[in-house]
Design a protein around this ligand. Sequence first.
Ligand SMILES: [Fe+2]
Ligand SMILES: [Fe+2]
Length: 184
Amino acid sequence: MATHKLRRLPGDPSRDELIARMIRVDQAGEYGAVRIYQGQRAILGKSKSEPELAKMEEAERRHLATFDKLMVERRVRPTLLQPLWHLAGFALGAGTALLGEKAAMACTAAVEEVIEDHYANQAARLAGEGEDRLVAEIEEARKGEVEHRDAALAAGAREAPAYATLTAAIKAGSRLAIWLSERI
Ligand SMILES: [Fe+2]
Ligand SMILES: [Fe+2]
């Protein structure tokens, strides 16, 4: 018997709308991720972190291309908050980079932890819903985020100034960005 994880209550959005929301928020997140690394590289472009940051940005561009394509194929509109993520992503990247290379890595570790969780959740909700390709794309992106988180931790994220506070603030901001991008 099929499981119905996308089961709804009367008045809830349709299955297609739920999936559209998933693609919309994922595309917004990957867009924001590219902007974070652009912000970090604007400040740390000549530091020893540059090759790692460039590699991460490249991966985010691949994730973004995946969700851009899904959006076109499935006629999903982008979030209306894209201009906000354009600015906020860059500001978060540049702001943490100004605190130093370790803070930039702490930013990545915090964001990726939230995103990994988010993707795992989506994959679980979609399992058994006949959305194998979407699940595979989400899973592929999730693996990339895990690599970024591990690389950031290995690069000394935990040694950043005010690590706990910084991390908590960035995670809260990331969760809010997800919540908003699913709805607006
Ligand atoms: Fe990504
Ligand atoms: Fe990432």
